[in-house]
Design a binder for this molecule. Structure first.
Ligand code: MG
Length: 389
C-alpha cells in the first residue's frame, strides 16, 4: 500500500497490528465512518449480549456471595486497562488491545473454571468444550445483532487475539485462525499483551478478593516474595497504615512492578528480534511480550499461592461441587428432551441435530448452558428439575 499512513495507524510502531495491513473481516463491509476498524471491533463487543452477561458471571467467587468481589465484567475491564496502558507505551494498537481484552472471557461458562470443566466432560463424545474457542464462537456465530452476517464479524486480528489457546484437533477445523497452533507461531503483539494483562489482572485482584473473603490474610502473604517486597516498602513509608490501605497500596505497587518489568523485557526482546511488521512477529517461535525470567518466577509463585490457598480453598471447592451438579443435571435433562429448552434454543438444537446428529444437539445445549449467568443457571435448574440446587 502506498500513500499516506491511514489515520488510525498514525504513531504506531511498525511491529504493531496496523489497519492498513489487516487481514480484514470474514464478511466484507464498507469502512467505518468516524472510527477505525479496531475501534469498531471494540464497540461491537461492548454492545454484545455476551459482554453484558459477564456482570453476572463468576470469576472465582460465585456472583451472589458478595457485592464487592470481581465478576468477569470487572475483571475484563481491569485487563483492558492494563493492556491499554502497555499498548500505548510500546506503540501498539490501543483499540485492538482493548477489544481483545474486553472479549477474552466472552465464552466463559457460569461458575468460572468449574463450569468449563463440567461442560468439557459433558461434551467429551461431541468434540469437547474449550472456553477460548467458545469466546470465538460467541463473536463469530452466536451473537445475533446484524442482518447481513452472523456474529459480530470482527477483524482477523481481534479474532486471532481472542483465540488464546486451542487444541490441535480443534485448530485443524478452524482454518486460517487455527494454523498458528499447529505451526507453533505467534499472534500479534496486541494479542500477546492481552494474554499477559489477563494474568496480571487476576493474580492481583484475586489477592484482594481472597483477603476480602477471609480465605487468606496479610500474614499469609508474607511468604509471597512479590507481595512481601512491596508490603515492606509501604510499611517503611507509612508505619501507621491501616490494614485495608496496606493491602491496596501493596497490590497497586505489585501491579506497577510487574507491568514495568513487562514493558522493559518486551522492549528488550523487540529490539533483539527487530521485527519490521506484524508478519515478522507472527513468524517467531517465541512471544516477544514477556516478563523477565526473575519476574516470571515471582509471578508464578503468586499464582501457585493463589491456587493452593484461594482457588482450592474448601469454601470455594464446596461451591464448585454444587456448580458441577447443577450443570451436569441441566446438560443431561436438555440432552434427554430438547423441548425443555426455551423455544428458540430448542429450534436451534433441532436444526443442529438435523445437520450433525447428537453432536449437533449437544453443541446447542452447551451453547445455551455456557451463555447462562450464575444466577440464571440456578433458576433454570429450578425450572427444569424442580429443585433449587
Ligand atoms: Mg480472564
Amino acid at each position: 500500500m502506498t500513500g499516506a499512513v491511514p489515520d488510525h495507524d498514525r504513531g504506531l510502531a511498525p511491529w504493531a497490528a496496523l489497519e492498513a495491513t489487516s487481514r480484514g473481516r470474514r464478511y466484507p463491509e464498507p469502512p467505518p465512518g468516524n472510527r477505525g476498524e479496531f475501534q469498531r471491533d471494540r464497540d461491537r463487543i461492548v454492545h454484545s449480549n455476551a459482554f453484558r452477561r459477564l456482570v453476572y458471571k463468576t470469576q472465582v467467587f460465585v456472583n451472589h456471595e458478595g457485592d464487592l468481589f470481581r465478576t468477569r465484567l470487572t475483571h475484563s475491564l481491569e485487563v483492558a486497562q492494563i493492556g491499554r496502558t502497555v499498548a500505548r507505551v510500546l506503540g501498539l494498537s490501543e483499540p485492538l488491545t482493548e477489544a481483545i481484552c474486553l472479549a477474552h472471557d466472552l465464552g466463559h461458562t457460569p461458575f468460572g473454571h468449574a463450569g468449563q470443566d463440567v461442560l468439557n466432560a459433558c461434551m467429551r463424545e461431541f468434540g469437547g468444550f474449550e472456553h477460548n474457542l467458545q469466546s470465538l464462537r460467541v463473536v463469530d456465530e452466536l451473537e445475533e445483532r446484524y442482518a447481513s452476517f452472523p456474529g459480530l464479524n470482527l477483524t482477523f486480528e481481534c479474532r486471532e487475539g481472542i483465540l488464546k489457546h486451542c487444541s490441535a484437533a480443534n485448530a485443524r477445523q478452524i482454518g486460517d485462525l487455527g494454523r498458528r497452533f499447529l505451526e507453533r507461531r505467534q499472534p500479534s503483539l496486541e494479542a500477546q499483551l492481552a494474554n499477559l494483562a489477563d494474568a496480571i489482572a487476576y493474580n492481583n485482584h484475586d489477592v484482594d478478593d481472597g483477603v476480602r473473603a477471609g480465605l487468606i490474610s496479610l500474614a499469609d502473604l508474607a511468604d509471597v516474595p512479590l507481595f512481601a517486597r512491596q508490603q515492606d516498602v509501604v510499611l517503611r513509608s507509612y508505619p501507621e497504615v491501616r490494614p485495608k490501605q496496606l493491602l491496596h497500596e501493596t497490590i497497586r505497587r505489585m501491579i506497577n512492578d510487574v507491568v514495568s518489568d513487562l514493558i522493559d523485557e518486551t522492549r528488550r526482546r523487540i529490539e533483539a528480534a527487530a521485527p519490521s511488521s506484524v508478519e515478522d512477529v507472527r513468524a517467531l517461535g517465541e512471544p516477544l511480550v514477556a516478563f523477565s525470567a526473575g519476574k516470571a518466577d515471582e509471578h508464578y509463585a503468586l499464582k501457585r499461592f493463589l491456587r493452593r490457598r484461594v482457588y482450592e480453598h474448601e469454601r470455594v471447592l464446596a461451591m464448585r461441587e454444587k456448580a458441577v451438579r447443577i450443570l451436569e443435571e441441566l446438560f443431561a435433562a436438555f440432552m434427554d428432551d430438547v423441548s425443555r429448552l426455551p423455544d428458540e434454543h430448542r429450534d436451534t438444537a433441532l436444526r443442529l441435530e438435523a445437520e450433525a446428529g447428537a453432536a449437533g444437539r449437544a453443541r446447542a445445549v452447551a451453547d445455551y448452558i455456557a451463555g447462562m449467568t450464575d444466577r440464571y443457571a440456578f433458576l433454570e435448574h429450578e425450572r427444569v428439575l424442580g429443585t433449587r440446587g
